[in-house]
Design a protein around this ligand. Structure first.
Ligand SMILES: Nc1nc(=O)c2c([nH]1)NC[C@@H]1CN(c3ccc(C(=O)N[C@@H](CCC(=O)O)C(=O)O)cc3)C=[N+]21
Length: 285
């Protein structure tokens, strides 16, 4: 058996077209949706991601500003920029690219973002809202994973979902979203003694570790759905995920490729959150 691919680019195209329609409608009402992306330091990977985000915004007819700062920027200076963006009515979403340079406390910076502009869904208020089932921005990567499940017609209700990884930006919110969707959720991590014992029972596996070949074919139940959040590089510099794609695709029913899977969906959900924020701002006028 060979798994079907969950095409993140194709689903993104569809969802971004809907965002563009909403953006045009808002713009016609005099509110152009705006995203600010703040990048501190010269991390080369971040440079690429940030450019992709700004381009995606423009393609959807949204306003975007990219603020780039040298890694000599102080925490106080960054906090002042966040404050200015909080008070800028043309900006509906603020994204401070992570990781931040040493010496800047990322928690402090994220907590300074106004929760109503926290389109990354990283603020403790957003995390708390997700935890208790209140309205708030969902972190883009897990949100994108949920959209992919919906797209392929897989309802997590009654399924066993195994999340590998417990980060604040992917693993934990992913587990919460799956739980909210009535899955039985297991969260595995670096201190899980026998990972395969859990993954073999999973109907849905989400791999979000940041290490190659965390999930191999022998660890997957035939017919499982496999979502690969990993972003790693091979020795040859090729982008690859956490999943041994060639092996696992022979066992799974559905699998996301890397690239072209979860990555584009992360950017898509950023646009969705930003348009949502702009619509709320417009309604409150
Ligand atoms: N505040 C903040 N928010 C983020 O959302 C955030 C961040 N910081 N820091 C870095 C990570 C990484 N990230 C990616 C998003 C899209 C792709 C993406 O589109 N990947 C393409 C390929 C890209 C390529 O070819 O290099 C794909 O998988 O097909 C990758 C990585 C967002 N991040």
């Amino acid at each position: 058996m060979t798994a079907q691919l969950i095409d993140g680019n194709a689903l993104s195209k569809q969802l971004r077209a809907e965002v563009a329609t909403r953006a045009a409608a808002l713009t016609a009402r005099g509110v152009k949706p705006g995203l600010a992306v703040v990048l501190v330091g010269e991390n080369p990977a971040s440079q690429v991601y940030v450019r992709n985000k700004v381009k995606a915004c423009e393609d959807a007819g949204m306003h975007s500003v990219l603020e780039k700062y040298a890694d000599t920027m102080t925490e106080a200076e960054l906090l002042a920029r966040v404050d200015a963006l909080n008070n800028d009515p043309s900006i509906h979403g603020i994204l401070v690219q992570l990781p931040l340079p040493k010496g800047i406390d990322a928690h402090k910076v994220i907590e300074a973002i106004a929760p109503e502009k926290d389109v990354d869904g990283f603020h403790v208020a957003s995390a708390g809202a997700l935890m208790v089932g209140q309205e708030g921005f969902k972190p883009c990567t897990p949100y994108g994973c949920m959209k992919m499940l919906e797209f392929i017609g897989v309802d997590p209700k009654g399924k066993h979902a195994v999340v590998i990884g417990r980060s604040n930006i992917v693993g934990k919110p992913m587990a919460m979203l799956l739980l909210q969707a009535n899955a039985t959720v297991t969260v595995c991590h670096s201190a899980t003694p026998d990972l395969a014992h859990f993954t073999r029972q999973a109907d849905i596996v989400v791999a979000a570790v940041g290490k190659r070949n965390v999930l191999t074919a022998d660890m997957v139940k035939p017919g499982a759905v496999v979502l690969d959040v990993g972003m790693n590089r091979t020795e040859e510099g090729k982008l690859c995920g956490d999943v041994d794609f060639d092996g696992v695709k022979e066992v799974a029913s559905w699998i996301t490729p890397v690239p072209g899977g979860v990555g584009p969906m992360t950017i898509t959900m950023l646009l969705v959150n930003t348009i949502e924020s702009a619509e709320r701002a417009a309604a409150a006028r």
